[in-house]
Design a protein around this ligand. Structure first.
Ligand code: LLP
Length: 443
């Protein structure tokens, strides 16, 4: 097993997260359950925050990309750590506001913000909206006018970088639903368009080149292109870059095919970007912009694990051994969506040697409901507890009620103490919005 600060094996041979015994947590909270180590989350937020403060000659702010994991408690942690957040929907915005997150440190994203979401963002007084279409610029301008305000916006631009990651999570190649492309001239047109709007203040640009990327160079290239483009806009249109948001996307460890970067290691990624911004500002004689980064996965991903209980075991001789768990694609759809790989640990016998290769299957009525294929585990018995590592990002946030399975609760662990941050769903919860028209009522 890949031993990490967050995870340990205790004297009983049980997996521990944040100082709490996973077998005890499984007994107390039931399974499946998402567990989060608070220290790890805070540590990652601090690494980014402190690196930005210490290495960047200008000013800046770390934004936690809350699509990775959104709930009220995580917004409280981000606020306590003095960082900002990005939200991509009215739902995330509402959740953050419910958690008393300061609106001026909220950045609103999305490639198709709905009219009411723009209204909600303006009413809340969010610091900035990142616009991704002409129609959005029109709507934000009109809504700002109604309220007698000027709204600060950034334009999402597409630097056309092809990052080395799974094709489905690339967002800045030329064929992308995101951003105004630099290369085909739409970013320039959108700049002029935004500058012409009375109730908008165009503060700068945003780019995000994709997710789960380890290639430092692709981030650096994207930053360089944004800075070159800003210099061109200054020359041609006297546009002054005040703010540059360079997105998120740093990769994390899921299996030993991935690089294992300790929390401090992420400082190097940020430093490479900072250097690129400062060098380019120097080269083009631009003032240093207010610098924003938006990591999501790298803040929360390795801080989380999911515990499951083993149920049916199906050995198909010469083919495969399926180990079925009490969760599946409804709590983690990432294998079904991206064939993502995960590392399992037998949490109740974590020191046992791996002796067999199994496929971990979920309980949904769907053959593709798999959590991990061909993974090595000790001989697994029904009733064992399996921990899947690195599930903190894009698991709970993409969970669903397929087959009317209940979305598992989220538990936050701090110094061995554990408590709910998202309570378990009940069958009543998932029936709350069902309506039986009177003509269908049971007679
Ligand atoms: N900023 C923007 C504008 C984004 O679109 C994203 C992620 C981030 C920041 C944060 O990126 P991160 O640091 O988390 O890589 N559901 C997929 C991931 C989709 C990422 C979407 N955008 C998955 O499970 O892998």
């Amino acid at each position: 097993m890949n031993e990490r600060e967050t995870l340990k094996i205790n004297g009983k041979g049980h997996l521990e997260i944040g100082g709490a015994d996973c077998v005890e947590l499984a007994n107390k909270f039931g399974t499946p359950v998402y567990l989060f180590d608070e220290a790890h989350i805070r540590n990652m937020m601090r690494v980014y925050r402190d690196t930005l403060a210490q290495k960047y000659a200008g000013k800046g702010l770390v934004l936690y990309a809350s699509k990775a994991f959104s709930c009220q408690a995580v917004y409280r942690i981000a606020d306590e750590e003095n960082i900002g957040i990005d939200v991509v929907s009215g739902g995330e915005l509402f959740t953050a506001l419910k958690a008393s997150f300061p609106a001026d440190k909220i950045y609103m994203h999305g490639n198709n913000k709905l009219d009411y979401e723009i209204g909600e963002a303006l009413d809340a007084g969010v610091g900035c909206i990142v616009a991704d279409a002409y129609s959005e610029l029109d709507k934000i301008d009109a809504e700002a006018k109604k309220r007698g305000i000027t709204q600060t916006v950034l334009l999402r631009i597409n630097p056309g970088i092809e990052a080395h990651t799974h094709a489905f999570v690339q967002t800045a190649t030329t064929d992308s639903k995101f951003g105004f492309s630099i290369s085909n001239g739409t970013a320039e047109k959108a700049t002029l368009y935004a500058m012409s709007k009375k109730h908008l203040h165009l503060a700068g640009y945003h780019c995000h080149i994709g997710s789960q990327i380890f290639e430092k160079q692709s981030f650096v290239l994207a930053v360089e292109k944004c800075m070159d483009f800003s210099a061109e806009m200054k020359k041609k249109h006297s546009f002054a870059l005040e703010t540059l948001n360079i997105g998120g996307g740093f990769g994390i460890w899921y299996t030993d095919e991935d690089r294992k970067i300790p929390p401090e290691g992420y400082a190097e990624y940020l430093e490479a970007l900072i250097t690129a911004v400062m060098d380019k500002a120097n080269e083009h004689n631009l003032a240093l912009p207010f610098l924003l980064i938006e990591p999501g996965r790298s803040i929360i991903g390795e801080a989380g694990i999911t515990l499951y209980k083993v149920g049916a075991i199906k050995d198909i001789p010469g083919v495969k051994k399926y180990v079925a768990i009490d969760g599946g694609m409804f709590d983690n759809p990432r294998y079904a969506l991206y064939q993502s790989k995960y590392t399992p640990v037998l949490a109740n016998r974590a020191n046992d040697k791996a002796t067999e290769i199994v496929t971990i299957a979920g309980k949904c009525c769907e053959s593709g409901d798999i959590i991990a294929t061909n993974v090595a585990l000790p001989k697994v018995e029904s009733g064992d507890i399996i921990a899947i590592l690195s599930t903190g990002a894009y698991n709970y946030s993409m969970a669903m009620n397929y087959n009317r399975n209940l979305i598992p609760p989220c538990v936050l662990v701090q110094n061995g103490e554990a408590e709910y941050i998202v309570r378990p769903q009940s069958y009543e919860d998932i029936n709350r919005n069902d309506v039986i028209p009177s003509r269908l009522a049971k007679k």
